[in-house]
Design a protein around this ligand. Structure first.
Ligand code: SF4
Length: 57
C-alpha cells in the first residue's frame, strides 16, 4: 500500500517541534490560482493511505 510517507508532499513534524509525535506530519501541496501561488497544509500521518494527489518522493 502506498502511504503519505513516500509522497513528496509529506513533511514529518520535526522532533524538536512542540507538537512532535512519532508518525505525525503535514501534507503541504502547492496550488496556483489567478492571484498566484499558495500552499495548502493539513495534518496527516506517515502510515495514512495515499490520496489521488500522491507524487512519489
Ligand atoms: S495526503 Fe496525499 S498529497 Fe498529502 S502527503 Fe498524503 S499522499 Fe501526499
Amino acid at each position: 500500500m502506498t502511504t503519505c510517507k513516500n509522497c513528496s508532499f509529506y513533511f514529518p513534524v520535526p522532533e524538536n517541534a512542540g507538537d512532535y509525535e512519532a508518525g505525525k506530519g503535514d501534507c503541504v501541496v502547492e496550488k496556483q490560482d489567478a492571484k498566484g501561488k499558495y500552499w495548502l497544509s493539513k495534518p496527516t500521518r506517515t502510515d495514512s493511505p495515499s490520496c489521488p494527489t500522491f507524487k512519489k518522493a
